[in-house]
Design a protein around this ligand. Structure first.
Ligand SMILES: Cc1cc2nc3c(=O)[nH]c(=O)nc-3n(C[C@H](O)[C@H](O)[C@H](O)COP(=O)(O)OP(=O)(O)OC[C@H]3O[C@@H](n4cnc5c(N)ncnc54)[C@H](O)[C@@H]3O)c2cc1C
Length: 336
């Protein structure tokens, strides 16, 4: 059984324990483990750091039904265990450690962790993103049991049911409209008295007979044991609290990419997502990024895994290129 609450083992890396690796991958979510599989099969002996969440976000979910190859679904935990086993089979080394400092101004790149200093010829950043949480009682306990952060992933489970959507921005309203394909009723709970979503989305939501609204209100608790049974709501104007029965709670109050470590070094958008080109290259040659750390759009296991594989293929090309640039015959040619 895997430990999902990994704690750093030592507080200071031993500066003498520098390890030189060809490929260092940060993160063991679907993107990191797919990158590890491809890099390992290219004989690059990748080292993969788990960070604090072995398996990444999907390990929190009860069942994944939209990853090809699993017609009967698979638990998130089992899926990432299989990803890891496959990467390790070809030689990837998974280390239970977290990157805490990065210096990308020098080559090899210098990545400091709690235990070690890695000198990496190429770096693949797959540190993912964290959905923002409401931080209320019941939320964490019922995640994957009726509490969800992804309508594409979990909408199907709510056929004929009643669900709550929390949020008022574009993604909340878009996901609420999407959920009406399955649910009999979708109630958007928003802390203000108007939506922040764009006007066309708003119009579509207001015209949809399955969507209802509760304004000026916040959730204070999600109630249930094995599954969501109800929510407690507080009206911010009157202070009144009410309980409401529901089958599911979808929370869309934003995502935070885990990219703070690279601020000022890698080019990012305003929200902190790393900007890459189609070859998963960042602004620094030899540094690649994949999965949700670089993807504010798709946010799926299959797309993250695909980007991870692409990043590893490009990392391999990059290593071939620099080997060519530094081969004795090329160096001699350049000197002429
Ligand atoms: C509850 C839930 C259910 C979901 N269900 C589905 C579903 O059914 N189907 C689907 O397609 N998608 C689903 N998703 C979305 C899917 O999980 C993500 O799209 C996917 O996990 C993104 O993969 P990733 O590898 O980019 O990042 P993540 O999964 O976020 O993994 C990031 C990894 O980076 C590591 N990390 C972070 N910082 C550091 C650091 N400093 N040093 C080293 N490592 C670091 C973390 O520990 C983690 O291992 C779900 C998401 C959630 C939250």
């Amino acid at each position: 059984m895997m430990d999902f609450n990994l704690k750093p083992v030592a507080s200071q890396p031993d500066q003498n324990s520098e390890k030189h690796v060809k490929v260092l991958i940060l993160g063991t979510g679907p993107a990191g483990l797919s990158a590890a599989l491809y890099a390992a099969r290219a004989d690059l002996n990748p080292v993969v750091l788990t960070g604090m969440e072995l398996g990444g976000q999907v390990s929190l979910t009860y069942t994944v039904e939209n990853y090809p190859g699993f017609p009967d679904g698979v638990s998130g935990t089992e899926m990432v265990e299989l990803f890891q086993r496959q990467a390790e089979k070809f030689g990837a080394v998974v280390e239970y450690d977290t990157a805490i400092k990065a210096d990308l101004s020098r080559k090899p790149f210098r990545i400091e962790t709690y235990n070690t200093v890695y000198l990496a010829d190429t770096l693949i950043v797959t540190t993912g993103a964290t959905p923002r949480h409401l931080e209320i009682p019941g939320e964490r306990e019922l995640t994957g049991r009726g509490v969800s952060y992804c309508a594409t992933c979990d909408g199907w489970f709510f056929k004929g049911k009643e669900v709550i959507v929390v949020g008022g921005g574009d993604s909340a309203v878009e996901e609420a409209i999407f959920l009406t394909r399955y649910a009999d009723s979708v109630t958007i709970v928003h802390r203000r008295d108007e939506l922040r979503a764009g006007p066309i989305l708003q119009e579509r939501a207001f015209d949809n007979p399955k969507i209802k609204f509760i304004w000026d209100s916040v959730l204070t608790e999600i109630v249930g044991e094995d599954a969501v049974r109800s929510i407690r709501l507080q009206n911010l104007r009157s202070g009144a609290i009410q309980e409401m029965r529901t089958d599911g709670v979808f929370i869309f109050i934003g995502h935070t990419p885990n990219t703070q470590l690279f601020e000022g070094q890698l080019t990012m958008d305003a929200a902190g997502y790393i900007i890459t080109d189609k070859l998963m290259r960042t602004n620094i040659r030899g540094v690649f990024a994949a999965g949700e750390a670089a993807d504010p759009v798709y946010r799926q296991v299959v797309t993250s895994a695909g980007m991870g594989a692409a990043a590893a293929i490009q990392a391999n090309h990059y290593l071939d290129e620099i080997a060519g640039e530094t081969s004795p015959s090329n160096v001699a040619l350049k000197r002429q």
